[in-house]
Write a protein that binds this ligand. Structure first.
Ligand code: DGJ
Length: 741
């Protein structure tokens, strides 16, 4: 088993293939302390001394004089609140008398094979042979609050899943005011922090900075994981780069409000925490009731950021995404959003489908605007019946005609919303999230539906199911276009209003679960105004998520780099669109757009009937490359070679099959540079003693592969590099294919 308890030393010893995590119990008082997380240790003799319980101020049982310095410095495994540790706490409970202090001590533990589900929440999973779980129950002897700390280790992936369940063991109700899912206290090395920031159409941009004293935090209070900050925190050694140095990654399997923070204290110690954002959160627990906090993934890499990315990719591909589509080639789709926006009829959609089918496109996705009175984005959300003024003859007829062309059909929904101008709102104004007496914010002229309510969920799902059963719909895009604000639920009593944001997320998860239970083979793509809810929680339901509304190939380099830092390429919704690009106005070559989309799910989002003959002729060539390489891209191993953020003029990454025999190199010359013919790019992930032939992949020529005539050993390609002729001009993509000979 990869988890052991050393009785004499009172140490829990957790191993993954290349890492070790140690925590221990302080003998006298029973505090749980963190000892170590890092490179695998084969022998942990003496590790208990890391708690330093015999050295002032670390003498809990006899240090009344220095008690607060003990709390100030002790590496708590899960931090207490209000009793002298003045760093950020992990748990805050308000009792009926208004007190908030919590101090937890060890009560019991259990080590199990496998991993239980987290009630109502997405979480990683595994069989009894590939996951082991440690459950430690701690208790506050005064309030009788219990915290069950859960740690699951994976046999084949360097990741640990942590979560916490809080139980009210007292006779009276209490309110959980803050519950972090994971806390990690580390000794005082110098670190950098890495986070992903963004905005609509500019999601997941990497930002690295030194971690100074005080607190660095990122979070969301938008009710979704958000475009703006991502539920991820990286803690990096100063020398960490793509291939070397130490990297700790923390990633939250949750899709609502979150807080991720790193705090450096007076002694240089660092406390990292991640959990539901305590602001706008309060949860009432009656006597005997429990609260399950979502899961945090911890990963440690001694091989830089690349090692962290690959561990997370492996974890999500093997232990998080459940869709039957996970290992299947996804149909090449065409989405009508950028082609028509709201202005379409069945005939127009059929025109697009007819032309698409001729070019080899396999599925048509009808986006926003097919229902109610939805002629623009000001109305009708919640009225999920077909607008027959646009779709004459109904949805069934349209879908049959599209199927007759040999294409599948997909449909857009925004199930969590309600327009003030809708039949639904006329009938149920109290179903919108808002505060009585306060004019609620109408972002995109819509309110958020209170899906914390069972009756609301039932109603919306009934409507969705009726539409989906009425025609052969094989794909659903589930969108969510505004954040939560004006938090008020007509259904919750006053002392439970603070539960709304989390109940909302649980309700949304339940809806997705029921949708998939009703349509088990559905290909579900999540979306939130682009990539505003791209997180591991949503991946539990959908194998792919729309990455960003920005489809510009150059903007996508940074967005997809930040996304691929954590997620497999097969999760990233990516489409070829027209130029000038609708978001940034940039014109890029059609082949560069094709190459960028190939590094994701691959599809089109344009009016194919209006494409130039030259671009139209390139579509089947791009699709040919998709068929040739989608298995490699979907199942392969990702290596980031260079980032335009750092090089300023080019971007490069690689996908290699698991045996290191084949590899695709994606290179984009963002800006032309003068006086330079070629560039030497060191590759990764190859076999050092194998020889590789190098081809250029053509996305616009009759012949797909051009032999470059070059053959090189893995050793040369990885250590010295591959010479790559610089393409001429700005925004030029070049795709190379290497195969062992
Ligand atoms: C936001 C999505 O990201 C777009 O792709 C599109 O579906 C629109 N919503 C439709 O309103």
């Amino acid at each position: 088993m990869s988890i052991r308890y050393l009785e004499k030393e009172r140490i829990f010893w957790l191993d993954t293939p290349n890492t070790t995590y140690l925590l221990g119990i302080v003998a006298q008082e029973g505090f749980l302390g963190h000892l170590y997380y890092g490179k695998k240790l084969e022998d942990v003799t003496g590790a208990e001394t890391l708690l330093r319980t015999s050295e002032p101020p670390y003498v809990p049982e006899k240090n009344d004089r220095d008690r607060s310095s003990f709390f100030d410095a002790f590496p708590f495994e899960y931090a207490s609140h209000g009793v002298g540790d003045f760093r950020e706490s992990s748990l805050k409970i308000r009792t009926g008398r208004g007190h908030e202090a919590v101090s937890l001590v060890y009560l019991k533990h259990e080590i199990r094979r496998g991993k239980g589900k987290l009630s109502g929440l997405p979480a990683t999973f595994g069989t009894e042979s590939d996951v082991t779980t440690l459950l430690i129950t701690c208790v506050d002897p005064v309030t009788k609050i219990e915290a069950e700390l859960s740690y699951s280790t994976f046999e084949r992936v360097d990741a640990i899943a942590r979560s916490v369940r809080i139980k009210n063991g007292s006779a009276d109700p209490v309110w959980v005011e803050k519950v972090m899912s994971a806390c990690l206290d580390m000794e005082g090395k110098e670190f950098d922090v890495l986070s992903l920031h963004g905005s609509w159409a500019r999601e997941r941009q990497m930002e690295r900075k030194p971690l100074g004293h005080g607190i660095y935090s990122v979070g969301s209070l938008r009710g979704e994981s958000s475009h703006q900050e991502h539920p991820f925190l990286g803690i990096l050694s100063k020398n960490a780069d793509q291939t070397s140095g130490e990297v700790y990654g923390f990633h939250f399997v949750y899709s609502g409000n979150f807080l991720a923070q790193a705090q450096r204290n007076q002694f240089g110690q660092v406390r990292v925490q991640m959990g539901i954002h305590p602001e706008a959160f309060s949860w009432k627990l009656a006597s005997g009731e429990s609260f399950q906090a979502p899961e945090v993934i911890l990963t440690y890499s001694a091989e830089g950021l690349g090692g962290m990315s690959r561990s997370l990719h492996d974890l999500y591909l093997n232990h998080l995404i459940r869709s039957p589509w996970l290992h299947q080639k996804r149909p090449v789709l065409i989405n009508n959003w950028e082609a028509t926006y709201f202005d379409f009829t069945a005939e127009k959609i059929l025109d697009i489908a007819r032309e698409s089918a001729k070019l080899g496109i396999e599925m048509l996705v009808l986006d926003d605007g097919w229902f109610g009175n939805r002629f623009d984005d000001n109305r009708s959300l919640g009225d999920w019946w077909v607008n027959e003024e646009k779709l004459r003859g109904g949805l069934g007829k349209l879908v049959s005609e599209i199927n007759a062309l040999g294409m599948k059909f997909g449909l857009w929904f925004e199930p969590e919303m309600i327009s003030p101008e809708s039949r639904l709102y006329e009938e149920h104004p109290d179903w919108a999230i808002q505060i009585p007496g306060r004019r609620a914010c109408r972002a995109r002229n819509q309110f958020v539906l209170d899906v914390s309510r069972g009756d609301v969920r039932d109603y919306i799902l009934r409507q969705m199911f009726a539409v989906l059963h009425s025609a052969n719909v094989e794909y659903v895009k589930w969108d969510m276009n505004r954040p939560l604000s004006d938090l008020g639920s007509a259904d919750l009593p006053a002392d439970r209003q603070g539960e709304l944001s989390h109940r909302y997320v649980l309700g949304m998860y339940e809806m997705q679960e029921r949708l998939l239970a009703e349509f088990p083979n559905l290909l579900l793509e999540n979306c939130s105004g682009g990539g505003g809810r791209f997180d591991p929680g949503m991946l539990y339901f959908s194998p792919q998520i729309w990455c960003s509304d920005d489809t510009d190939a150059i903007e996508r380099l940074g967005i997809q780099e930040g996304t691929a830092l954590l997620y497999p390429l097969s999760c990233m919704g990516a489409h070829v669109s027209v130029c000038p690009n609708h978001t940034v106005g940039r014109t890029t070559p059609f082949s560069t757009r094709g190459m960028t989309a190939l590094a994701g799910t691959f599809g089109y989002e344009l009016d194919v009937t209006k494409l130039s003959e030259e671009d139209k002729a390139a579509v089947p060539k791009q699709i040919r490359a998709y068929h040739a390489y989608s298995d490699l891209i979907r199942e392969g191993v990702y290596y980031r070679i260079a980032s335009a953020r750092e090089t300023r003029d080019y971007d490069c990454f690689q996908v290699t099959d698991r045996g290191g025999r084949k590899s695709l190199v994606f290179f984009t010359q963002v800006l032309a540079t003068p006086n330079m013919k070629s560039r030497c790019i060191p590759l990764q992930g190859l076999k050092k003693d194998a020889k590789y032939r190098i081809w250029q992949v053509n996305l616009d020529k009759e012949q797909m592969l051009t032999d470059t005539g070059k053959v090189a050993s893995g050793a040369v390609l990885m250590n010295a590099g591959m010479i790559l002729e610089r393409p001429w001009g700005d925004f030029q993509g070049r795709l190379l294919y290497l195969e062992e000979i």
